[in-house]
Design a protein around this ligand. Structure first.
Ligand code: SF4
Length: 349
């Protein structure tokens, strides 16, 4: 760690430049943030940008204002409130952890990083981030933003997904946390610096509080670090999907396995070579139809899967399972894209 007062520079910059995000405004003026709100915000922020999370966070806290309310709600209701944020495992784990807090801890939230880690779905990063903001515990929280800033400031020639970079970034961030006047401010400051100034592309080095001591900036190529991740091995899937409705209700199926279990989507199956759409529909055994009308194609990416769905509208659908009001269940991202296609092509009908 250089002799420069990095901790003071970064936290001073943050206090002058922080974005007014709902979870910050909620606790404005308080010495410590409210643990339940910090927890919800940190889980939502795990794979989603702050600007996207804002309205979801506010709605979620209105519906589930404390851990007891969240624990008492059925999982389907939690998933419905989460719909649109993606990565639904986060919502399931949050719900399970709330139930554990009520059952095992009498409704009292943990007060240390180590105790937070014992709850389902809370890893090292989230536990450290909550403990610093809500309880003032000086433990480094290392996410992609912090790794990127550390790699650049220290000039580390490491890949973004390399374990060694994670370790080096944690050591660097822990020193900053130890030197910080307020660990809660420092943990947010590091994330904010990576999210708004030291961005993956076109970092704004002229606005950066640590530019004078940044190794990669001195070399003149800030985007070069960290080195690119190993390439993803993509799996391409071609599906055929069917939109059938009766009045305001749709033919939807609950996903029981694979990605997004517990969420609902229109039937979509792997397209067999040389099979006509009518044969694919009959094979599903979901009722009779007068005709199938092609609506277009939907593309979706989830984990390592690149999915293309050829979507058909099922005309005069009869028989089959009971249709479902789509607003009453949690939908997958793919389901929302498919249903939007119906509206775009033919209006609300
Ligand atoms: Fe990132 Fe540029 Fe700041 Fe270095 S000077 S930490 S590359 S924004």
């Amino acid at each position: 760690m250089p002799e420069t007062n990095f901790a003071g520079l970064i936290s001073g910059w943050f206090q002058r430049n922080r974005r007014e995000l709902p979870w910050r405004l909620k606790d404005a003026g308080r010495a410590r943030r409210e643990p339940y709100a910090v927890w919800v915000a940190e889980v939502m922020l795990q794979q989603t940008r702050a600007e996207v999370v804002g309205p979801y966070f506010e709605r979620f806290l209105q519906r589930f204002p404390d851990v007891a309310a969240l624990a008492a709600a059925p999982e389907s209701e939690v998933l419905r409130c989460w719909a649109g944020l993606g990565y639904y495992r986060r919502a399931r784990m949050l719900h399970a952890a709330a139930q554990e807090v009520v059952a095992r801890l009498g409704g009292l939230l943990p007060v240390t990083m180590d105790a937070w880690r014992e709850l389902p779905g809370i890893g090292e990063y989230t536990a450290a981030a909550i403990a610093a903001q809500a309880h003032g515990e000086a433990r480094a929280a290392v996410d992609g933003n912090v790794k990127r800033v550390a790699a650049r400031v220290l000039g580390l020639e490491m890949r973004a997904d390399e374990t060694a970079l994670h370790g080096a970034a944690r050591t660097w961030a822990q020193e900053l946390m130890d030197r910080a006047e307020d660990p809660g401010v420092m943990v947010e400051a590091l994330m904010e610096l990576g999210a708004t100034v030291c961005t993956p592309r076109a970092p704004r080095c002229t606005e950066c509080p640590v530019a004078e001591d940044c190794a990669v900036r001195a070399r003149g190529n800030p985007e070069a670090l960290p080195l690119p991740k190993a390439r993803t091995q993509w799996v391409d899937l071609r599906l055929r999907g069917f939109l059938a409705r009766r009045g305001e209700a749709w033919l939807l199926r609950e996903r029981m396995e694979g990605w997004n279990p517990g969420l609902w989507e229109p039937p979509a199956e792997l397209a067999r070579p040389d099979e006509r759409p009518e044969e694919s529909w009959q094979r599903l055994g979901l009722g009779a139809a007068r005709a199938l009308r092609p609506l277009g194609e939907v593309r979706h990416v989830i984990t390592r899967h690149r999915i293309r769905v050829e979507v058909f509208s099922v005309e005069d659908w009869e028989g089959g399972p009971q249709p479902v009001i789509s607003e009453a269940v949690g939908l997958t991202g793919l389901a929302r894209k498919m249903l939007r296609l119906q509206t775009v092509v033919h209006g609300a009908e």
